[in-house]
Design a protein around this ligand. Structure first.
Ligand SMILES: C[S@@+](CC[C@H](N)C(=O)[O-])C[C@H]1O[C@@H](n2cnc3c(N)ncnc32)[C@H](O)[C@@H]1O
Length: 222
C-alpha cells in the first residue's frame, strides 16, 4: 500500500459519493490561486463532516481553523435555515479568502469567520456565554490542540460531538520523543482526550489523498 493507491481509492470514493460541486471546486481553486496552503480536508472527508453534522442534527457548529472555508462550507451545508457556524482563523488573508468563498457558496448568512488567534478568540467566545455548540471541529495549529479541547468543553453540552483532524500524523504519534511540536501537540491532545472524564472518544486512522493521518471523535457525556 502506498500513497498512489490511497489517492486512487480516494478518487474512486469521491467519484461515487461526491458530486461535482461548483462552489466547493471554486473554493479550492480560489484558495490555490491566492496562495493558501493545500491543507484543506479532502472531498471525502468534507462529506463525512457534513454527514456527521446532519446525523446529529447540528444547529450550531464551531470550527477552529478556517483556511479558505472548504470544510466550513461542507459543515454549514448540514445546518438548517436558522443554523449558525462560527469559524476561527488566525490569518487575515485566509479569513478574507474564506469569506469570499463562503459568500459565493450562498452561506454568508449562516457563517461568521472571526479573525485572531484561537487562544484569544475562544475565551472571548466563552465570555459571550453562547448557546452551546452541537459540533466542534478542531483543525488549526496542532500545538494548540490541548488548549482547544479545554475551550471546546466550555462551549459544549452533553451530546456535543468534538472532531479533531490530523491526530495520527503519518504514524509519528506513537513516537514519544518526537522532535516535531505538531506531533507533541496531538500526543498531548490525544492523551487528554482519552483521560477526560467528560467525554467518550476514539481515534480513526485515515488514509487517502491527504496521506496517512487520523481523526479523533468524542461525544461530551456530562
Ligand atoms: C489545516 S488548516 C484548516 C483547514 C480547513 N479546516 C479545511 O479543511 O478547509 C489550519 C488553519 O488554521 C489556522 N491557524 C493556525 N494557527 C491558528 C491559531 N492559533 N488560531 C486560529 N487559527 C489558526 C491556519 O492559518 C490555517 O488556515
Amino acid at each position: 500500500m502506498n500513497q498512489e493507491r490511497w489517492s486512487a481509492v480516494d478518487d474512486y470514493i469521491a467519484d461515487l459519493f461526491v458530486s461535482p460541486d461548483g462552489a466547493l471546486d471554486q473554493t479550492l481553486a480560489a484558495s490555490s490561486a491566492t496562495g493558501l496552503p493545500e491543507i484543506a480536508v479532502s472531498p471525502v472527508q468534507g462529506k463525512l463532516l457534513m454527514l456527521l453534522a446532519q446525523a446529529i442534527g447540528a444547529q450550531r457548529i464551531l470550527e477552529i481553523g478556517t483556511l479558505g472555508g472548504y470544510s466550513t462550507i461542507w459543515l454549514a451545508r448540514a445546518l438548517p435555515d436558522d443554523g449558525r457556524l462560527v469559524s476561527l482563523e488566525f490569518n487575515p488573508k485566509h479569513a478574507e479568502v474564506a469569506r469570499t468563498n463562503i459568500g459565493e457558496a450562498g452561506l454568508a448568512g449562516k457563517v461568521e469567520v472571526r479573525v485572531g488567534r484561537a487562544q484569544e478568540t475562544l475565551p472571548q467566545l466563552v465570555d459571550e456565554n453562547p448557546v452551546p455548540f452541537d459540533l466542534i471541529f478542531i483543525d488549526a495549529d496542532k500545538p494548540g490542540y490541548p488548549d482547544y479541547l479545554e475551550w471546546s468543553l466550555k462551549l459544549s453540552r452533553p451530546g456535543t460531538l468534538i472532531i479533531a483532524d490530523n491526530v495520527v500524523r503519518n504514524g509519528e504519534v506513537v513516537t514519544p520523543d518526537a522532535d516535531d511540536p505538531n506531533v507533541q501537540g496531538v500526543r498531548l491532545f490525544n492523551e487528554r482526550l482519552a483521560a477526560e472524564p467528560r467525554v467518550s472518544g476514539t481515534i480513526l486512522q485515515v488514509v487517502g489523498s491527504k496521506g496517512y493521518d487520523g481523526l479523533a471523535l468524542a461525544v461530551v457525556q456530562v
